[in-house]
Design a protein around this ligand. Structure first.
Ligand SMILES: [Zn+2]
Length: 120
């Protein structure tokens, strides 16, 4: 891989991946596998508690520079300033709001089911 830094001033056309954070190994930054309460890194064998997992940004973008199209992947903490928080912090917020959303959605669909029942 070419390790030289290149700067690209381009317009973002699309986000290629919908899940742009992933649980990462603290040692080698690879994606770790979370099984119930344990985490396991398939690359270096490091294990831990899934509750303590660190998350990392992986943003895959389709960009345009003049008349050329590129698909670029941006990794890691350089995106912290862009999002305004770390990937671990963002994951915590997303998880909390998903837990909160669950309740109203369930009660809403229950209300619909109750209304749809015939009254005989
Ligand atoms: Zn690892």
């Amino acid at each position: 891989m070419n390790r030289r830094r290149k700067f690209l001033l381009a317009s973002v056309l699309a986000l290629q991946n919908s899940s742009f954070i992933y649980p990462s190994c603290q040692k080698c930054f690879s994606r770790i596998i979370l099984v119930s309460k344990r985490s396991n890194c398939p690359k270096c064998g490091s294990t831990g508690e899934s509750g303590n997992a660190n998350y990392r940004y992986k943003l895959s973008l389709k960009v345009a520079e003049s008349n050329k199209l590129f698909v670029i992947t941006v990794f890691g903490s350089c995106l912290d300033t862009f999002f305004g928080l770390t990937a671990t912090g963002l994951h915590r917020i997303l998880k909390t709001s998903l837990d909160n959303i669950q309740m109203p959605v369930t009660s809403y669909s229950n209300a619909l089911t109750t209304k749809a029942k015939p009254k005989h």
